[in-house]
Ligand binder design. Sequence first.
Ligand SMILES: *[C@@H]1O[C@H](CO)[C@@H](O)[C@H](O)[C@H]1NC(C)=O
Ligand SMILES: *[C@@H]1O[C@H](CO)[C@@H](O)[C@H](O)[C@H]1NC(C)=O
Length: 393
Amino acid sequence: MSAPFFLLFFSLLSALHPSSQQQSCTADTFSQNRVFTLCNSLPELSASLHWTYHPVSSTVDVAFRAPQSADGWVAWALNPTGSGMIGAQAIFAFLDSTGAMTAISYPLTNTSPTVRNTSLSYKVYSMASDLSNGLMTIYATIDLPNNNTKVNHVWQASNLFTNGFPNGHRTSGPNVLSKAALDLLSGQFTATGDSTLHLKNRHGILNVVSWGILMPIGVIISRYLRVFKSADPAWFYLHAACQSSAYIIGVAGWGVGLKLGSDSKGITYHPHRNIGIALFCLATLQVFALLLRPNKNNKYRVYWNVYHHATGYSVIILSVVNIFKGFDILQPDSKWKHAYIAIISILGGIAAILEVITWVIVVRRKKSENSADKFQHSANGGNGYGGRQYQEA
Ligand SMILES: *[C@@H]1O[C@H](CO)[C@@H](O)[C@H](O)[C@H]1NC(C)=O
Ligand SMILES: *[C@@H]1O[C@H](CO)[C@@H](O)[C@H](O)[C@H]1NC(C)=O
């Protein structure tokens, strides 16, 4: 049971690992048979940069490409004076009012610029752009500032416009992490976006897998497997194994969350943090509950059951709520949120179907017990297996 989930867990982990996140840029082709000597798959927005450096003239031919639709824009910039958006000498590409692709340049001097075709601090020899197969590409030949091949660049993709000109983008997630230092000679790059991003991704994956997927599966196992006589006591061991691995992974993810919290001075996501702490306490209680579990025939067992179930269901509900709060904070690519919604819906669907099956089995079993009782005059004291067992559990 747990093997496929560990597989899922590690494939998720590797999928979010920075190096595997990037598609290779080497197979990209360009209109008008343009070719470039080097390329980088950029760490954000699925973008790539291709370039040819001409040392003799100290110029660079670049092609910047990112996924974009006809109602959006892309932008790429060198920043000769800093590392972020302010000071960046940007080239924008978008469809103009006539529906033709256009490229304009604009030096970004503040965070709410009025983008208009304006010359940059370095010479731009040519600008062009195209849109094909959902990819928008900017082509330009520029003077390399100070002939310095170690550059800082930033890039962007958005669909916000004002009066037909690019204006604004999301101010969180990939859209603010899209910057890097790049060596034009070697192609080596260092993302300068957010050093904690990978820690945040790890926190997200560990917690989604443990609290968000394994724990609900553990509940499904205990609630629906036990009704089958042949699955007793296997369901119990499966349930305990599933929830203990979920707890161990979950506490690891929780620890990463605490580290992130202590690292981000001045920024606290109070609800996310508080729910996280409550979850840790409730889940730890469940571990102790397992150890303090009274015997099946103990008269207090029924109270223990109520307590164990109430805590368990609270953990599941709070986990799902907190995972969505986490998605809102981290704002990963929407496919991750959609994937989680799909997984949790499938689990919900499976639970609904099993709930129906369980009730059918229980009701049938009760019926046959009742008719057996009539014949046997309650020889066994009516202490049947099915219904009682199910409701106790
Ligand atoms: C630019 O720098 C390279 C070495 O990095 C040098 O070979 C080249 O001559 C320089 N070009 C100009 C125009 O100064
Ligand atoms: C932008 O300005 C440059 C010169 O500054 C000009 O060559 C180019 O045609 C202009 N582009 C647009 C789309 O207006």
